[in-house]
Ligand binder design. Structure first.
Ligand SMILES: [Zn+2]
Length: 487
């Protein structure tokens, strides 16, 4: 009875309220009381938007989100700091070694296939099945999602596309993508999306071409702020701005490169002794049969501006080892350096992919909406923590992941109701979805609790007529209290 009275409602109503999430039919998003109205969420990524870009030029639209919401100053993304691995991390909370998209260009020795974001191999589901993106979980929980060109969102993953999505086409304007997102969120309630993802290729492309230190980047950054302003205006115009939680982030930053800082592998090792997977600054080396020791010994001390790791010696902190798609030898350039086979290859003035603890590799993070605090600055977070945060806002139970809601819950406008802790996800393939068994277990516990409650309720009614035995009712209610807390 303690738990019931403490919450200030009648025993019957309170217990029933606590049981509702358990006995709700499978396929329902469990709306929790912390978000008034719609727990809706739009996740936006401006590719390659480095954390400090907003301070280079006036960025009034980024500022308005920060003033009305939150900003995180130091976001540690995941290794390697490339586009596909980090975008999948944002929607799974998993390191690359676990979600399986370990690079933009990959080789899988089990599939005996190569993957490249430049080819149709990107649409082969087998590359994406090691993890479950949030849009799939939202839909399995009975919600709807909409994706405007988020990397991987037009691939069938675990048998599912987003409820609404655009096939990737880089010539589709940002404004068209925004209008689609607005349309999907504004649809009649039974068709409206709960979770949206929106992707834009800039300022990454300009950062590669111009180099982040170029003064020409100022106009590019100002242009991104204008695009964000367009999104904010469209959200406001359609009445969504107070209903949709908005997160604006990125996959990685950008480092300045120098033509004199090029490492040419041809100086150190014969081309016919290895295959080269992915591109600078982190390159996977697959030695030819029987050539592992030879190739490694030639590369390990080849150049002071490049580290060569045997796969099993890649530092644990990078979480980049336990996947067959990570090659037997990994080369990593120091920041500012480029690895090539020789200088005839295309050179870029800006690049990313380096160590994720380097400040220049880190992205922006701002957010606003009914679920977030206002005018709040947080010093640091990890990008893997975003997934449990988004699950919380959407009121769905997260799948096993490498993040923690505890690390980021101070960003929220109200503190979360304690849930069962999210299991840390070690290496290896993801565990089966909880959705396969959770409703059955939940319903079973629910029935038990209802029966238990009825027994307690009868006893309480009886004891109310027998005051001398009252303390015993409290003892008997303890199991109910504990069950309630674990929900
Ligand atoms: Zn890029």
């Amino acid at each position: 009875m303690m738990t019931i009275r403490r919450r200030g409602c009648s025993p019957l109503l309170c217990l029933w309220a606590s049981l509702l999430p358990l006995v709700a039919p499978h396929g329902q998003i469990h709306h929790e009381p912390h978000v008034e109205g719609w727990p809706k969420l739009l996740l936006v990524s401006f590719d390659g938007f480095r954390w400090d870009y907003i301070d280079r030029v006036p960025t009034p639209n980024f500022r308005s989100i920060m003033d009305e919401g939150v900003k995180v100053e130091n976001v540690e993304n995941i290794y390697i700091t490339k586009t596909l691995p980090n975008h999948l991390t944002l929607v799974t909370g998993l390191y690359a070694e676990t979600h399986g998209i370990v690079a933009n260009e990959m080789y899988d020795p089990i599939l005996n296939q190569s993957f490249s974001m430049e080819t149709d191999s990107i649409y082969d589901s087998r590359w994406w099945e090691q993890a479950v993106p949030l849009w799939v979980s939202v839909q399995k929980a009975g919600g709807r999602s909409g994706a405007a060109m988020w990397p991987g969102s037009d691939v069938k993953i675990h048998g599912t596309y987003p409820s609404q999505y655009l096939e990737y086409n880089s010539s589709v304007s940002f404004e068209t993508r925004v209008q689609k997102i607005i349309e999907w969120f504004s649809a009649p309630e039974e068709e409206a999306v709960d979770f949206g993802v929106l992707y834009w290729e800039e300022p990454d492309e300009s950062g590669h071409t111009l180099g982040p230190q170029s003064p020409l980047m100022d106009a590019v950054i100002a242009g991104i702020d204008e695009k964000l302003g367009f999104l904010l205006n469209e959200l406001k115009r359609s009445g969504l701005d107070e209903k949709v939680n908005l997160i604006v982030t990125s996959d990685h930053g950008m480092a300045q490169l120098y033509p004199e800082k090029i490492i040419e592998l041809d100086e150190y090792v014969e081309r016919d002794t290895y295959s080269w997977v992915d591109k600078s600054p982190v390159v996977g080396i697959l030695p030819k049969e029987g050539k592992l020791e030879e190739v490694y010994s030639l590369l390990v001390d080849a150049n002071p501006n490049m580290v060569a790791y045997r796969k099993e010696h890649i530092p644990e902190r990078l979480h980049y080892q336990h996947n067959v798609r990570i090659m037997p030898i990994l080369l990593e350039a120091k920041e500012g350096w480029t690895i090539m086979q020789n200088r005839t290859e295309h050179f870029m003035l800006g690049n990313h992919g380096y160590d994720n603890t380097l400040r220049n590799m880190q992205p922006i993070f701002v957010a606003r909406g009914p679920g977030f605090q206002q005018n709040y600055v947080k010093s640091s977070m990890r990008s893997v923590d975003l997934y449990p945060l988004m699950c919380h806002i959407l009121s769905i139970r997260p799948l096993p992941n490498n993040g923690s809601l505890l690390n980021v819950q101070d960003l929220l406008s109200s503190q979360p109701t304690p849930l069962a802790p999210t299991p840390a996800h070690p290496s290896g393939p993801p565990k089966p979805s909880r959705y396969s068994y959770a409703p059955v277990v939940g319903s079973f516990i629910g029935v038990l609790l209802v029966l238990g409650f009825l027994v307690v309720y009868i006893i309480v009614v009886t004891l109310n007529q027998q005051p001398v035995l009252k303390h015993r009712s409290w003892e008997m209610s303890q199991p109910l209290l504990q069950e309630d807390i674990q929900l």
